[in-house]
Design a protein around this ligand. Sequence first.
Ligand code: 5RP
Length: 214
Amino acid sequence: MIGSEQEKRAAAQAAAQLVGDGQLVGLGTGSTVAYLLPALAARALAIRCVATSPETERTARALGLDVVAFAGIERLDIAIDGADQIDPAGWLVKGGGGAHTREKVVAAAAARFVVIASSEKAVERIGPPIPLELLQFGVDATIGALGEVALRAVPPSPDGGLIADYHGSFAAPAELAARLDATPGVLGHGLFPPSLTAEILLAVNGRVEHRLVR
Ligand code: 5RP
């Protein structure tokens, strides 16, 4: 197993220990979360889980985790997910797997949103590409308004949105996030502000750093 895979597994296994019996748990998406699911299943806790993607739902169910519909649930006790970039202030870029819109809803519903990552995800400064999910209706007008956007050659999200990436430069993540939030046709974007995240578990040099964000 190469270094970054060992780090992903170490961060995921540490996060699995944060989950308590009886909790409602949000499950993220991606290769780091793929290490979380068996670690969580191995604890054999009486938990119910909400999945952020069909892939996570399938894998979690196959491991015996109880995956329930998000409808009817207002708050999750904890949600655990990976990230593509993490800056020193706690801004994240997510959506490498295209699940960022659902992942943000789950993170916002969680009392404790925990990010798990290998060391190369820590960056001095967040940069493009920034994942987007765009409404199919009028997508060329939305892309024209944003500029420097490339659609990904992937199927639409489970909610029907088109997955794309913003490749333009920007001065600060907050500035771009505000612009994307204010652009009609943008259903979601992968910039997660520090206010969403409670903790980051970053595996570095064989140990897992546990950083409190808010
Ligand atoms: C999926 C995500 C992932 O959490 C992010 O891309 C990190 O993925 P990985 O753990 O595979 O490096 O946001 O939409």
